[in-house]
Write a protein that binds this ligand. Sequence first.
Ligand code: HEC
Ligand code: HEC
Length: 224
Amino acid sequence: MKNKLLALSIALSFMSQPVILHAEGNSKAGKEKATACAGCHGENGNSAVTNFPKLAQQHASYLIKTLNAFKSGERNNPMMSPIAMGLSDKDMADIAAYYAEQKISTNSLPVLQKDEDDDEDDSEASASEDIKELLALGSDLYRNGVLASEVSACIACHGPFGEGNRPAAFPTLKSQHADYLIKTLIDFKSGERSNNSENMMHMIAKKMTEREIKAVSYHISVMK
Ligand code: HEC
Ligand code: HEC
């Protein structure tokens, strides 16, 4: 009976059944434990501060993987590392189950910083032009990558809607804060964040220009 159930749950985990992978985590217990995280990651995992990533709706598989990386030191952050060190496997599974069930909030369109030396009337018009251009570039890059510089298309792993891939623990990206996305891609590019398997994200980000990073981050931040 046990073996049958195990085989069934393995089979189901490859279908898009959200319940199965969280089976070991208890989201009710996770909700209690996540009160320790709310100060930075917000009520229900929708952080208000744009450098603190939203955790709502993130795949439990990725949350557990990345919390373990903070705990072991594979991924470093002065705020997160000590917190992850205090979490047991059960805590991580419970908290991940809780956040995976929350709904991510949407973002408003990013606002470009005006150049200081720009004339005021002008800069507003050109900023909105520039945002449209950046979003179009970002959307194209997300879907098609960049042929000339061999940047892979994000869609291949993060999905047409930025939904990631749960069984593979590829993170969902849609509606994440643009500021966090930009920071993270720059960390991948510089090698500051190096815990990704086979250095996949480093290989991709290192070929991207800062403008491309900004463009694709803005695009992802308004994907729903
Ligand atoms: C003092 C603020 C703070 C607190 C409290 C905090 N975090 Fe974080 N967390 C951060 C920051 C900042 C980052 C981004 C780190 C980076 O840039 O790599 C982060 C990143 C993460 C990530 C990675 C998200 C991703 O998309 O890769 C996870 C998962 C996470 N935190 C979980 C938790 C959990 C669970 C708790 C509570 C037990 C918690 N955090 C408490 C500040 C905090
Ligand atoms: C070959 C598969 C693959 C492709 C293509 C890919 N990614 Fe990723 N991406 C990953 C994996 C795997 C991770 C998780 C890394 C880890 O283990 O921490 C990731 C993580 C990320 C993260 C960090 C998310 C977070 O919450 O911290 C961002 C941002 C990201 N990718 C953006 C992109 C963008 C933008 C593109 C396209 C230019 C792209 N990725 C293309 C596999 C891929």
